[in-house]
Design a binder for this molecule. Sequence first.
Ligand code: H79
Length: 442
Amino acid sequence: MRNNTKRISLLCGLLLCLIGLSHAQGPNVPALPAVNKQSMKDFMDLRFGMFIHWGPVTLRGTEIGWSRNRQVAQNDYDSLYKEFDPVLFDADAWVKTAKDAGMKYIVITAKHHDGFCLWPTAYTKYNIMQTPFKKDVVGALAKACKKYNIKFGIYYTVLDWYERSYPVHNDGKGMAPDGDMNKFVQYMKSQLKELIDNYHPFLLWFDGNWEQPWTNEYGKDIYAYLKKLDPTLVVNNRLGKGDHVTLSDQSVGDYATPEQKIGKLNMSFPWESCITICNQWAWKPNDAMKPLKQCISTLALTAGGNGNLLFNVGPMPDGRMEARQVKQLKAMGDWLKQNGASIYGTLGGPFTPDSSFASTRKGNKIYIHLLNASNKHLTLAAIPGVHIQKAYSITGTPISVTENATSIELQIPDTLVADANDTVIVLEADKSVEDIPVMARN
Ligand code: H79
């Protein structure tokens, strides 16, 4: 009797499970591989990376993502590779620039929308070996990253204006009759396998998911394919359709990707803002560069929102990064040498950031980022159940702190020399502050 009841309840459980699964996935659709939690934690702990947009288009100084058939005629654009000879390219120099900036990872545009490949792929001739330069840029960077202990990531867009199987050639003619998405997705898979096998990226950064021929189903198929090749891979959310700034059950990918804007604070899904140091993604002569204070604020505000910053540099057609940009990045690195504990491996919050304030936290410490430190008195909301025992600047100057039922009052002494970019103050609590729900600053 007992056994029978057991059997029936087991059967019922199994049936419910199956019904549940078929509801969630639809018939015959295999479940997506789970997000690799350890890879995601390791990735989000890095906080600061370098995006690199590069290719033959730099010879014209126009945008890689949309100047073909706009500022540069298609025939001209598609012939630029014949002149691309960046003789001063030095992978070590690029990676060292990232390292000196305090960046922990790099993502290079192995293939952008124009279809040109920066590595010697076996699947199209439209690649770096057909240029006068003839050197594997992706391979050289992967190697240099290993040497300098920088994580190596690859950008690969899901659209392609050059490859004939892709159904939209960006020539104003709409969908091309010679397009064949199934063939194109096979081309993608071949190239992605080649990239993974040869360069072992820790992260793949997809783009172009808004294109009409792209579907969520293709995204899921590629996601499953990639995770089979390397279960530790981190993949951004642009493999699926939908907006870039959120991550939901419907997303295909591991984290959200706000573009040219700082993501909003949330403790429920990971994100990385990609933002340019100048205006263009690819190099443009005399492009306006953001001031140092804005660069450092951007980093503090992304960390304060619990996100990463992928900061973009576009190297020149001769292979070098611009000296003024290298100098600016080094200044960010100098700031991080002093203040890195308030960025790397932290969580955002608990206080909601605003344009001149951010907070980050780790263990029993809260780091307050004052992006405009002219005010010597600071009032923060008291944190329920938590006592602040001590406050000091990250440079070691003690700060007087008093607490009452509703607020934490900080008095910054005149002796503390403010950092014009971001003055960091450390609050030490009597217990871990990592699980405090997000709250208003005061
Ligand atoms: O790789 C970088 C960009 O090249 C790529 N995403 C980042 C990471 C990107 N490709 N396309 N887009 C971003 C959005 C394109 C917007 C456009 Fe437009 C609308 C291109 C043409 C119409 C805005 C308005 C830019 C030109 C006109």
